[in-house]
Write a protein that binds this ligand. Sequence first.
Ligand code: SF4
Length: 296
Amino acid sequence: MDHCTLCPRRCGALRTAEEGHGFCRLPETMRIARIAPHLWEEPPVSGQRGTGAVFFSGCTLRCAYCQNAEISHRNAGRPFTPAALADALRRLVDMGMQSISFITATPYTEQVLETLALYRPPLPLVWNTSGYETVETLRRLEGVVDVYLPDLKHYTPRIAQLCAGAADYFPVASAAIREMVRQTGAPRYDEDGVMTRGTLIRHLILPGATGDAIALLDWVAETFGREIPVSLMQQYVPCNHVDIPGLDRRITPREYRRVRAHMEALGLPGFLQGPTSATVDFVPVFNQPESFPGEG
Ligand code: SF4
């Protein structure tokens, strides 16, 4: 692929089958670090039996504190053809999953579309993303993706620049989320409470950044009213040897209470994720034989 501009970095970089020369350093061939049932997403995504999660290698945002840095920063994973991924999706369906989640798949948009042309799972298809997406790439997913699961991470350019070298994060992600909501409309659910269509916005509260969290919740309420659910997460753990001043601790109960109270005052629907998941024990195993259960 010449001149890749799939994500907002718009590197214009050459990506060959084996090598990538852009910010993400990803080749054109899909690389995947884990394909397995996953039970720890929000209930409308995981259901009772789990979402079939495909963790793609690499990330176009690469937050300094990422708990999955092994794949997002260091691109751990193995190559997959569209035919091999289609076979893996069939296995996930046979395992009784209630949705399929593609996690940070944007650099492989082309190959994902090829895969789905070979086999379209009869389940809601979830696009799990950092929120750092271009509207142009999202338009290619219209009618393909059923559920968008974007993060909405930073409001102020200073924090976005410090954490991810992406001062433009908020204008880019807010435009992307507007496009996601335009495509999917208000959430719809099946009889088990699994989202079959819609957008669910996630926000991870960062230590010392409750002002950012509140500004983002205000933006959601002003833009979408009470139509779009928000998952408010308090399980930040300093990972990846993060050396940004202030990000070397968990959030305090007081910080969490402040943001939660604001979300409740706005009347936003959604989910409040507890501190029980504030541990790196929740990080899945990547790029090992057990990361690909069911393979022959
Ligand atoms: S997907 Fe990778 S190569 Fe393409 S524009 Fe984004 S960072 Fe650059």
